[in-house]
Design a protein around this ligand. Structure first.
Ligand SMILES: Cc1cc2nc3c(=O)[nH]c(=O)nc-3n(C[C@H](O)[C@H](O)[C@H](O)COP(=O)(O)OP(=O)(O)OC[C@H]3O[C@@H](n4cnc5c(N)ncnc54)[C@H](O)[C@@H]3O)c2cc1C
Length: 378
């Protein structure tokens, strides 16, 4: 009986595994992509699809996000995967939010990547969806884009197979790796190297390495509206004050502590449940709305309607869409590093690499990170 033998086996066909498969195949490596489900159903299809460089701190992580954004553009052009290069608006309705945006993007910031502080009038020229009442101004950024995660994560494996010669073995659980042998639910595969991109599954492969890592899980609640009327478009992805307290890119701002104090006193429920609100649009014109953040190794299986109501309530304070009738509610879980790091990379055995822990930025960082990881391996 002949068995598959390749240069590199990748376990997990979420965005992290897909990105590594692409980077390795582009270097001429023979790659097999092994995925437990018939179609990946993890964090990568459950997200907003936001490629969000502005959330990454200036320096190598921001550069990695911009590189990922370039690769998404190339991939979209080749595959037809929906990518809307809409940019983003961070909206300010309070003096402390406006001051923080000025601190973040003011003239002392050096290379600001085309960002601009906009008056209320200029903001409303960029977006007809923004609620004008009480608007102090906004930060425009051209680097953000939206992909459709459900389409992308379904389309990318077939494209990797057809265009880059990647072998797909879906419906295949990997339960042990002793290179060159990889034991799967449908028999062994042989590979010189393996990269484990198992997302929130810390228990199946090298569980001791995961247990020793500063990793936990984060559960997020999400909503999607019915399709908006034909011809309507969101334009830039939108967010507001609560988001300024969430992303690491704003951590250096002196105004952040006071903003957090006000948010804690005005929105204690939102803060307690990690609610900040982003708005993106799918290829069909529905709005994706979220989210909340609950940390812990065993996420609560049940979703809470009061959290969804808090998300929608905050959304209404800054966005006015034709309809907020909800068509779908779901939650996703991603691995999160507890030490502030941006990724967890480990080698639990010779030839085996774990890539994990990208937190809420897997769509934003994976393509760039994969080029770096594959570059180091080969
Ligand atoms: C609700 C939500 C919103 C988000 N929004 C954004 C966003 O807008 N922008 C952004 O940049 N990031 C966002 N993120 C984060 C992003 O989705 C994650 O960082 C990313 O999807 C993680 O990808 P992954 O490949 O590690 O995991 P996953 O997508 O979970 O994939 C892991 C895969 O590995 C497979 N697997 C595991 N173990 C095995 C095994 N032993 N054998 C075979 N297969 C195995 C699983 O079946 C799964 O398909 C969001 C996340 C969530 C949950």
């Amino acid at each position: 009986m002949s068995h598959l033998s390749v240069d590199l086996a990748i376990i997990g066909a979420g965005i992290v595994g897909l990105a590594h498969a692409l980077a390795a195949a582009r270097r001429g490596k023979r790659v097999v992509l092994l995925e437990r489900s018939e179609h990946a159903t993890g964090a990568s299809i459950r997200n907003f699809g936001l490629v969000w460089p502005i959330g990454q701190p200036a320096g190598p992580r921001h550069d990695r996000a911009l590189r990922s954004r370039e690769i998404w553009s190339d991939v979209s052009a080749d595959t037809g995967i929906y990518l809307a290069a809409t940019g983003s608006l961070h909206l300010a309705y309070h003096d402390d939010e406006w001051a923080l945006l000025n601190e973040f993007a003011g003239p002392t910031m050096g290379d600001n990547h085309g960002r601009a502080l906009l008056s209320p009038t200029e903001t409303l020229l960029r977006s007809t969806v923004v609620n004008p009442t009480g608007l102090r101004g906004s930060l425009w950024s051209p680097t953000e884009a939206t992909v459709d995660p459900r389409q992308a994560i379904r389309t990318l494996p077939e494209w990797l197979r057809d265009r880059h010669g990647v072998t797909l073995q879906f419906g295949t659980t990997v339960h042990a790796i002793n290179l060159p042998r990889i034991d799967t639910s449908v028999g062994p595969v042989f590979a010189e190297q393996a990269i484990i991109c198992s997302g929130a599954d810390f228990e199946t492969l090298f569980p001791a390495s995961f247990a020793a890592a500063p990793l936990t899980r984060c559960k997020l609640q999400m909503l999607r509206t019915v399709d908006q009327p034909a011809g309507w478009s969101l334009g830039p992805a939108l967010c507001a004050g609560l988001t300024l307290t969430h992303y690491e890119s704003f951590r250096h701002c002196a105004g952040l502590a006071a903003l957090k104090t006000r948010m804690q006193s005005e929105f204690p429920f939102h803060v307690a449940h990690g609610v900040h609100v982003l708005l993106s649009e799918t290829s069909r014109g529905a709005l994706t709305i979220g989210d909340s953040h609950h940390y812990g190794l065993t996420p609560e299986p049940f979703d809470r309607e009061d959290i969804n109501a808090a998300i929608l309530g905050y959304l209404r304070s800054f966005a006015v869409a034709p309809t907020l009738e909800i068509a779908e509610r779901w939650h996703g879980v991603y691995p999160k590093l507890t030490d502030g790091g941006s990724e967890f990379i480990a080698s639990p055995a010779p030839g085996v690499t774990i890539v994990n822990g990208l937190g809420g930025a897997g769509m934003t960082l994976s393509f760039g990170l994969a080029e770096e990881v594959i570059g180091r391996l080969y």
